[in-house]
Design a protein around this ligand. Structure first.
Ligand code: AMP
Ligand code: GLY
Length: 432
């Protein structure tokens, strides 16, 4: 099967690595890809906003399956572009319709969807400039902390947790009056703060049926001990020790089933991944957010645990034949540690040669590229998150230690990575 995978991060390298293992894959193209995906297939220089160019490439190469990594093309309607085109509509397409992608693309849409289908989430109200004064009053009287969310995509920066009313009012004004996040903050969701522990659950759905992939936890803060600025993600682990079978049963009954039922009832075309950001509060699950794709770096720990053939799963998804499909999952733990550019998530430079990529990687570790590119004969840094190392272990802690050992042999100007990924699951952390 001729496959085109869209995206260029660590998530896409992990997907390309897995797709490339399938006997069905022949050939695999990745657009635009990175220096790592080039080891799993052929990189193609395509701009993911240029739907006509993507479509033309698919026709020219007789692509039979398109897999979309990032959210942006989905939120902009790439699925619909394919679906409406006579010659493209029979290509298997993994990723939801524009309407389905609103679960990620509009926080107000997602909250209203959860309300309609009784899915547990933080209480909220939405505001725009037309009810601005009412919003100010609401924010001012809201118990602290209060959470403000720009409605649209804001590159992961649109959520602000305010610990004072002065800050909350200022942010509310900045978002609605000063367009702090451009069009994304034309609408603002004001929501209750939930105090608990977070994890991510990944579901692959064909719009009627679903399979649940291993859960994961990511580490968003730049600094050790979960301090410092928010990033795209500095590492991840799977499984999550506090996601007990009893808790996961509640997640499936109260969240996953009503979500899929809701999509069905509302006739939303959805064949792809749903990433559910969850928070566990006093043992009960609540939805923090939906994403219409896999997470990064969660994919780098989830996909290596999947033993089932990914192309087979995608074909079943596209044909709405996921009913009765059982996933085969590696029992071992995985952890990934992300190496980033000096200065990230603030200003950073690109183009530094990466040394140590030719080291012999142990059999239970995998090196995934994120922001890398090839320049002449060298692989150089090309982004904030540069590469990550995933390892398998008997425990999350053992896996982290193995990844760190590989990263210790990688060098580039300004390299930084957190040494404490999975710290709360390390032996002795909670011991008095
Ligand atoms: P998001 O951009 O939706 O992923 O939100 C970013 C982060 O903000 C989440 O991962 C949570 O840590 C936090 N967050 C969002 N909403 C809430 C909430 N209602 N209560 C507590 N924390 C929240
Ligand atoms: N790691 C969080 C995300 O992919 O959104």
């Amino acid at each position: 099967m001729k496959i085109l995978l869209l995206g260029s991060g660590g998530r896409e390298h992990a997907l390309a690595w897995k797709l490339n293992q399938s006997v069905w894959t022949n050939p695999l193209f990745i657009a635009p890809g990175n220096a790592g995906t080039a080891q799993c297939g052929t990189n193609v220089s395509l701009n993911l906003s240029d739907f006509d160019a993507i479509a033309a490439f698919c026709l020219q190469e007789k692509i039979e399956m398109v897999v979309v990594g990032p959210e942006e093309p989905l939120v902009k309607g790439l699925y619909d572009h394919f679906h409406q085109h006579e010659e493209l509509k029979n290509i298997y397409f993994i990723g939801p319709s524009k309407e389905g992608a609103r679960l990620e693309g509009s926080k107000a849409f997602a909250k209203a969807f959860m309300e309609r289908h009784n899915i547990p989430t933080a209480g909220y109200k939405e505001f725009d400039i037309s009810n601005f004064d009412e919003g100010l009053k609401y924010v001012n009287e809201h118990p602290l902390p209060v959470v403000l969310k720009a409605d649209g995509l804001a590159a992961g920066k649109g959520v602000i947790i305010c610990n004072s009313h002065i800050e909350a009012v200022a942010e509310f004004e900045l978002m609605l009056q000063q367009n702090k996040f451009g069009d994304a903050s034309k609408k603002v969701v004001v929501e209750e703060f939930l105090d608990g522990i977070e994890l991510s659950v990944f579901v692959l759905t064909d719009g009627k049926n679903y399979v649940i992939l291993p859960e994961a936890k990511d580490y968003k803060r730049a600094g050790e001990g979960d301090r410092g600025l928010n990033t795209g993600g500095m590492g991840a682990v799977s499984p999550v020790p506090f996601a007990t079978p009893g808790f996961m049963h509640k997640v499936e009954e109260r969240i996953i089933k009503p979500t899929i039922e809701g999509l069905k009832k509302e006739n939303i075309d959805y064949k792809g991944f749903i990433f559910i950001g969850l928070i566990k509060v006093n043992g009960q699950p609540f939805v923090i957010e939906y994403n219409c794709r896999l997470g990064d770096p969660e994919t780098e720990v989830v996909i290596p645990r999947l033993e089932s053939d990914l192309v087979g799963l995608f074909v079943a998804t596209a044909k709405q034949e996921l009913a009765g499909v059982k996933l085969s999952i590696d029992k071992r733990s995985t952890a990934t540690v992300m190496a980033v550019s000096g200065g990230y998530p603030g200003h950073f430079e690109r183009g530094f040669p990466i040394e140590g990529l030719d080291q012999e990687i142990p059999a239970d570790s995998l090196l995934f590229h994120a922001g890398t590119t090839s320049k002449e004969d060298e692989v150089v840094t090309n982004g904030g998150r540069v590469l990550c190392v995933t390892s398998y272990g008997k425990s999350v802690h053992e896996a982290v230690m193995k990844s760190r050992a590989v990263l210790d042999n990688i060098e580039y100007d300004g390299i930084y990575y957190r040494r404490d990924i999975g710290y709360e699951f390390a032996p002795g952390f909670n011991d008095e």
